[in-house]
Write a protein that binds this ligand. Structure first.
Ligand code: MG
Ligand code: MG
Ligand code: MG
Length: 317
């Protein structure tokens, strides 16, 4: 059995790309594939509960929620949407990685043998998968096309994120035709709106829903992101969220935690920061941290506009 899995705290790309890559691997097993030999059945798994957006997407296209799996020991695995050990299954070193399909910076997993490793600097893993379908001549069924489209719209924030490429847009257009979605942008806003309702959530749940750990020059750094249709949804909870950030920082020994409160419509991010070294904010973003947060116009992407410049700052501290 091959377990196909995305990163911890799964987002829609990690959930949908795991499902669709498992489908593709099974097609390759049946019909043969010119890139790699697939001998075993592939099954998608996720490392935690899917979020409200992912649940909406799965329901919309009639796909059941994958099983949760958190430990990779002794398993054959294919990774999607990550190649960093900290974001992967527990005991990933004791798993056999047979493939990686991703769109992030290259992480730290290694393999003893050559494997399929496809990483494009595009907006979404689903876009890379679309390429692999096309390249190997496998038709994309309607439901799988819907999942891929939703993942692209989610990851690229309906094409507004700086990570968006022409390849993402082209893939989305072709996928929308297959999936029978007429108005791509309208569907994208509907998908994104599912995570915008944070009214019933605790501050901790808001922070941790899409939260990633990084090792930046030996310092433990956490970067969370909340994408909102309107920043007003958290306006009167800033104090509460900040206090929770400070608590998490202390309890888990972070040097710095930044929380991106991203306004999808205004296309910018209110960056909330708790840190041992407040000057990193000004060094990294050219704006002084006054109070708890700072508004960064045009900043929408964690992996392109926040993590790399932060890593650079930490390297030069
Ligand atoms: Mg992801
Ligand atoms: Mg992704
Ligand atoms: Mg994401």
């Amino acid at each position: 059995m091959i377990y196909v899995v995305g990163h911890k705290k799964p987002d829609t790309d990690s959930v949908c790309s795991a499902i669709v890559f498992a489908y593709l691997l099974n097609e390759w097993k049946k019909a043969g594939c010119k890139i790699m030999k697939v001998d075993e059945e592939a099954v998608p798994v996720i490392q935690g509960e899917p979020n409200a957006e992912s649940k909406f997407v799965l329901e919309k296209f009639g796909i059941s929620v994958p099983e949760i799996m958190t430990d990779g020991e002794g398993k054959k695995v294919a990774l999607v949407d990550h190649s960093d050990k900290v974001q992967s299954l527990d005991n990933i070193d004791k798993a056999e990685i047979i493939a990686v399909v991703d769109h992030h910076k290259i992480g730290d997993v290694t393999t003893p043998n050559p494997i399929l490793f496809v990483n494009f600097p595009v907006g979404c893993t689903a876009t890379v998968l679309k390429f692999l379908f096309d390249k190997t001549g496998v038709a994309i069924p309607k439901d799988m096309a819907g999942l891929l489209l939703a993942a692209i719209l989610s990851d690229t924030v309906v094409f507004k994120s700086a990570t968006t490429t022409d390849m993402d847009k082209e893939a989305a257009e072709e996928l929308a035709k297959i999936a029978g979605i007429d108005d791509i942008v309208n569907f994208g806003v509907e998908v994104k709106s599912k995570l915008s309702d944070v009214s019933g959530m605790s501050a901790k749940d808001i922070i941790m829903r899409d939260f990633k750990d990084y090792n930046m020059s030996g310092k433990k750094v956490g970067v969370g992101q909340v994408e909102l249709i309107d920043l007003k949804a958290v306006e009167n909870r800033m104090e509460e969220i900040y206090n929770e950030l400070a608590k998490i920082k202390q309890e888990s020994g972070y040097h710095t935690i930044v929380l991106m409160l991203t306004d999808i419509m205004k296309e910018g991010t209110e960056l909330m920061v708790v840190t041992d070294e407040p000057k990193i904010v000004e060094i990294t973003f050219g704006k002084k941290l006054e109070g708890k947060s700072v508004w960064l116009p045009g900043v929408m992407s964690r992996k392109k506009q926040v993590v790399p410049p932060l890593e650079k700052t930490f390297a030069n501290l």
